[in-house]
Structure formats: structure tokens, C-alpha cells
Design a binder for this molecule. Structure first.
Ligand code: ADP
Length: 256
């Protein structure tokens, strides 16, 4: 058998390297009697091209974990890596740049700017970074997300589902290393929520996007390839190819 070329070897290594990983991650709020160990030593990896849901009881540390993984919050101890880059070693300015260039966000409340139309909202993070998307990729994202007829509409002229699809397009256009979604269906009815989840899953299956989503909804989690469970600031197991019932059972075991 012939030796793999240097190129093939590095491509294989690249695919094997997790998109995001946390090592001994701790986050403490308050001090003395009022101290809260929101994250109490979390070791976790998120593979490239995988859709992972983070789930756990209310107050278990899901949002804190996502915020630390995305560089939106600082850790008290431990390390976070985005690919080879240690986020926990970066200063504020480098972190802002990294978030802008390598991370996409989808929030529960859409976070679109009301004075900009859909097309401008979608492009804003790239404009801020002085970049323009590849036109073919831009058209592909707009078409996939069913936004072709909505580009000149402002957020108040769009339904919640359409606004969240604009937010998903905004997250996908820069081709970030990871898209972090924080309760992306929390403000949507079940049909619009299912559409947004299908689009996130499609971005993983069809273009190899990595997506990490926090949700409390077992149906939303069932769109993911994997569920990571967290309880009391610690990893509490996981599920692969979960059904809503699998997720409900796992949450019940955690006392959620
Ligand atoms: P979840 O997202 O699973 O509901 P969080 O990550 O929001 O959980 O919170 C984990 C724990 O950290 C909870 O006990 C919460 O009260 C606490 N916590 C979160 N943010 C803060 C903060 N800014 N100040 C103090 N405590 C906080």
C-alpha cells in the first residue's frame, strides 16, 4: 500500500482534531459563603462537523459552559481551545477578533438590528471584519434558508421564524469554525422551531459546519448527533443519535 501523501495526512489529522475542547474548565461566581461553582472541572470535546446539544437541569451550568467555550465569558480555571488556539490565553482584543472571525452565534432573541434589512443584517459581522462572502456561498446560504424573497425586509416585517433564519444565515456566512446556538428555538412556535433546527442540522450534514447548541427542549436536542449532559457544573454523561424519549429519560435520571 502506498504511503499517504503529506497533504492527506494533515487533512486526516485536521479532521480528527476537535473543533472545540475544554480541559478542567471551572467557573466560580461570588465568594465566601455565596460562592457558586457554575462549572466544576469540565473536560469535553466537540468534533468537527458534528451537531451537539448541551442539556441539563436549570442552573446546571449549560449557559456558562457555552459562554466560556465561545469566549463570551472568562473561565476561573482550566483551558478552552478553538482548534489549536487557546482562548483562555487570549487578551480581550484578540478574543473579540477571534469571535468575529471564527465563531458564529444564534441567540434566542435573534439579535437583529432593526434599522438594517435582512441582507444587511446577514452581512454585518463580515462587514465589521472587513470581509465579503464568496458570492456563490452567499447565494447558496440565502437559498437554503429560504430568504431569497425576504432580503429587503427589515426585522419588524419578518416573522420570528424568518428572523431566526436571518440570524442563522448571519452565523453561517463567514464559514466559522463553530456556530454556538443558545436556545435558538426558545421564542419560536414548534413549526418555525423545527425549520430552524432542520437548517442547522442541514448545515452540519451538507457543508460540514460544527454546531453546539444549548437547549432545554428534548425535541430540539433530538436534531443533534450527540447530547452532552451536564449537572451541578459537571459532565453527567451523553447520548448519541438521541430520540426525544432518550433525552427525556436521561434528564429524568438527572432529576430535571
Ligand atoms: P443553566 O444555563 O444550566 O440554567 P447557568 O450556566 O445559567 O445554568 O448557571 C449555573 C449556575 O451559576 C447557577 O447556579 C446560576 O445561578 C449561577 N450563575 C450564573 N451566572 C451567574 C452570575 N452572573 N452571577 C452569579 N451566579 C451566576
Amino acid at each position: 500500500m502506498s504511503q499517504p501523501s503529506q497533504h492527506t495526512t494533515s487533512a486526516v489529522l485536521d479532521a480528527a482534531r476537535p473543533a472545540v475542547r475544554a480541559v478542567g474548565l471551572r467557573k466560580t461566581y461570588g465568594r465566601g459563603d455565596a460562592v457558586v461553582h457554575a462549572l466544576d472541572g469540565v473536560d469535553v470535546e466537540f468534533a468537527r462537523g458534528e451537531f451537539t446539544a448541551i442539556m441539563g437541569p436549570s442552573g446546571s451550568g449549560k449557559s456558562t459552559l457555552m459562554h466560556c467555550l465561545a469566549g463570551l465569558d472568562t473561565a476561573s480555571a482550566g483551558q478552552v481551545f478553538l482548534g489549536d488556539t487557546e482562548l483562555t490565553a487570549l487578551g480581550d482584543r484578540e478574543l473579540t477578533r477571534l469571535r468575529r472571525e471564527r465563531v458564529g452565534f444564534v441567540f434566542q432573541s435573534f439579535n437583529l438590528l432593526p434599522v438594517l434589512d435582512a441582507a444587511e443584517n446577514m452581512l454585518l459581522p463580515m462587514r465589521l471584519a472587513g470581509r465579503t462572502p464568496d458570492p456563490a456561498w452567499h447565494d447558496d446560504v440565502v437559498r437554503r434558508l429560504g430568504l431569497t424573497e425576504r432580503l429587503t425586509h427589515r426585522p419588524h416585517e419578518l416573522s420570528g421564524g424568518q428572523q431566526q433564519r436571518v440570524a442563522v444565515a448571519r452565523a453561517l456566512l463567514p464559514r466559522p469554525d463553530v456556530v454556538f446556538a443558545d436556545e435558538p428555538t426558545g421564542n419560536l412556535d414548534s413549526r418555525a422551531g423545527a425549520e430552524v433546527l432542520s437548517l442547522l442540522r442541514g448545515s452540519v450534514r451538507e457543508v460540514g459546519q460544527t454546531v453546539v447548541m444549548v437547549t432545554h427542549d428534548p425535541v430540539a436536542a433530538s436534531y443533534a448527533d450527540r447530547v452532552v449532559l451536564i449537572a451541578d457544573g459537571r459532565l453527567a454523561g451523553g447520548l448519541t443519535k438521541p430520540t426525544p424519549d432518550d433525552v427525556l429519560d436521561a434528564l429524568r435520571t438527572l432529576g430535571a
